[in-house]
Design a protein around this ligand. Structure first.
Ligand code: SF4
Length: 241
């Protein structure tokens, strides 16, 4: 297991909870706006944290933190994820998992075994834009792999919305060059009936793959919320003033 980072205490990563966050390396996407590319393409250069160190830390925080957030990279690519989460649950912590939704079967297993309490799924764009915005056409995925990733994201959305088995949220990092009113009409249709959806402000950075990208203001994001509100139970913005 490639544990590339551990944030010992955070009030931001798990809604309403005090948590520790574990960062797992590696990802099957190459999003144009990714702020964590060191965890995606630079993973071999990052010193790994032994699982035993993470467990020791969590043991020392029993009664102090409420839960553990597991993020990446893409955590569901790790074959040892279920074992790690099982250990964390046995310690009595709540578990939140961040995912790009491309491994539906792993999410199904985690839900069926009651190993996760909250799932946050990135919805990058409408499905037609996934190959471009997620960098799936940049030479590392065949056409059938791209189709399979997009199908799995679609299945993950259905799993969470239709079966409503667990607390969840969808979220989109909103980028001026990729998202507009029409895009949110399409995403609203994709997420019809969902419980929670957040539009996240994009912070311009020279460390993301496409350095020319720009975000929207809070007022502009609120206009998108109005498009989505009739289709989704709770829509809000986050990460912008
Ligand atoms: S899914 Fe995209 S944003 Fe998330 S870690 Fe992978 S490349 Fe980065």
């Amino acid at each position: 297991m490639q544990i590339c980072g551990l944030m010992k205490t955070t009030l931001l990563d798990y809604p309403g909870k005090v948590a520790s966050t574990i960062f797992l390396g590696g990802c099957n996407m190459r999003c144009v706006f990714c702020h964590n590319m060191n965890l995606v393409t630079g993973v071999n250069e990052i010193p790994k944290i032994p699982v035993s160190d993470v467990i020791d830390h969590l043991n020392s925080r029993i009664g102090v933190i409420d839960g553990v957030c597991i993020t990446g990279g893409e955590p569901t690519l790790h074959p040892d994820l279920i074992d790690l989460i099982s250990t964390i649950k046995e310690m009595g912590f709540l578990v939140k998992l961040d995912s790009n939704g491309s491994k539906t079967s792993v999410l199904e297993e985690l839900i069926a075994k009651k190993l996760v309490d909250y799932i946050a799924i990135d919805v990058k764009a409408s499905f037609n834009k996934y190959p471009v915005i997620c960098g799936l056409n940049s030479g590392f995925d065949s056409d059938s792999q791209v189709k399979s990733i997009i199908k799995n994201v679609r299945d993950t959305i259905d799993l969470l919305v239709k079966h409503d088995l667990i607390n969840y949220e969808f979220r989109t990092t909103v980028i001026r060059e990729y998202h507009d009113e029409n895009e949110f009409e399409l995403i609203g249709d994709m997420l019809q009936g969902a419980s929670n959806y957040y539009l996240q402000g994009f912070v311009k950075s020279r460390f993301v793959p496409e350095t020319s990208l720009n975000g929207y203001s809070a007022d502009e994001l609120r206009r998108f919320v109005n498009i989505l509100a009739p289709k989704i139970k709770h829509v809000d913005i986050r990460g912008v003033d």
